[in-house]
Design a binder for this molecule. Structure first.
Ligand SMILES: NC(=O)c1ccc[n+]([C@@H]2O[C@H](COP(=O)([O-])OP(=O)(O)OC[C@H]3O[C@@H](n4cnc5c(N)ncnc54)[C@H](OP(=O)(O)O)[C@@H]3O)[C@@H](O)[C@H]2O)c1
Length: 317
């Protein structure tokens, strides 16, 4: 499907010819995103391009009419072909319509629902499978006070915005589970491009639904990660099959690559208290235990004077 994934995060925004959409496109570009600024009529791109020039940023204009599924799918396809990813979708395109129920024709209602609701539905539906496959993504839909409180003479618009609120509220709890079938996921290695803000723990959480699987990713990528916190945006990592046994922290982080920190146990200390003191969290006692099994008594106690290796703390944990 995609050529090569972009190093930058990619945002696709609808309705950027003017207003909120135009300024959102500029803000994302200033924040370092690759911006696909879509509009139904690309003949209206001048104000956006002038604003981008004034801000010293670049945006890519593409045609997308939210009333046409073909147009939506075409734009999503072009974006994925060019950048290999869509990290953020902003459903901004919208249009007001003032009129009471009695004044609103069926054509007005269909158009208002079409732009403000079906457009959001179809664009989200076109982008989401890709985000699901990658295991990450953000979808922002611009609604309105009219999507929270019904306003007189604004019934059709409010109905559409309420519909978006309901859709997004329901959708927000959809798990970001990869769409590949469980069998393939369990038995095949995959590649993953690290995104801004990713840590081994967050990747493990998203890709294996198990934060502890950070050790699995680290063990498979030691040639490019000198330390578990070495992950950087744009780096390609191998994700071993989900069926691979998850190594302990000690197996994953060989002693030679451990932080080098040794710790001499003081009287009255336990693995819990050392974890709290050295990592700021008692749950890290298992990290210490796994790296020092031979020095820990069967009861789980550790004698004063014992020298323990403290493994590096995986970033994001
Ligand atoms: N402004 C407000 O007071 C306010 C308040 C609450 C919520 N909102 C919401 O904020 C969002 C942006 O509004 P705005 O104030 O920036 O409005 P705007 O200046 O009228 O901009 C709306 C944008 O949506 C585009 N659009 C309309 N129909 C489209 C279609 N079929 N396909 C693709 N794009 C289409 C417009 O393109 P064209 O230039 O081609 O028409 C324009 O770029 C909307 O969802 C709106 O409901 C606005």
């Amino acid at each position: 499907m995609a050529k090569a994934a972009s190093d930058k995060q990619v945002v696709l925004i609808t309705g950027t010819s003017t207003g909120v959409g135009l300024y959102t496109a500029i803000r994302f570009a200033k924040a370092g995103y690759e911006v696909v600024a879509t509009m139904r009529d690309t003949g209206k791109k001048k104000p956006l391009l002038e604003a981008a020039k004034a801000a010293g940023v670049k945006v890519r204009v593409d045609r997308l009419d939210v009333l046409s599924q073909k147009s939506i799918e075409g734009s999503v396809k072009r974006t994925l072909k060019r950048y290999g990813r869509i990290d953020v979708l902003v459903n901004n395109a919208g249009a007001g319509f003032l009129g009471s129920l009695e004044q609103t024709s069926d054509a007005d209602l269909k158009r208002t629902m079409g732009i403000n609701f079906f457009g959001v539905w179809h664009t989200t539906k076109a982008v989401f499978p890709h985000m699901r496959e990658r295991g990450s993504g953000r979808i922002i839909s611009v609604t309105s006070v009219g999507g929270l409180i019904g306003q007189p003479f604004n019934e059709a618009y409010c109905a559409a915005k309420f519909a978006v609120e309901g859709m997004m509220e329901g959708f927000a709890i959809t798990p970001m589970e990869p769409a590949v079938d469980a069998g393939a996921r369990a038995s095949e290695s995959r590649n993953y491009t690290v995104q801004k803000g990713d840590t081994l723990a967050s990747i493990a959480r998203a890709q294996y639904r198990n934060e502890q699987a950070w050790t699995l990713i680290y063990a498979a990528n030691r040639d490019r990660l000198s330390h578990p916190s070495d992950v950087r945006a744009g780096m390609r990592l191998v994700l071993p099959p989900a069926s691979t046994p998850i190594p302990s922290a000690a197996e994953s982080v060989p002693a030679s690559r451990a932080s080098g920190t040794t710790y001499t146990v003081r009287k009255g200390e336990t693995l819990y208290s050392i974890a709290k003191k050295m990592y700021g969290c008692t749950t890290y006692w298992t990290l210490i235990r796994d790296a020092n099994r031979a020095k820990i008594e069967a009861s789980g106690d550790v004698r004063a004077g014992t020298k323990l290796v403290l493994p590096p703390r995986p970033s994001g944990r």
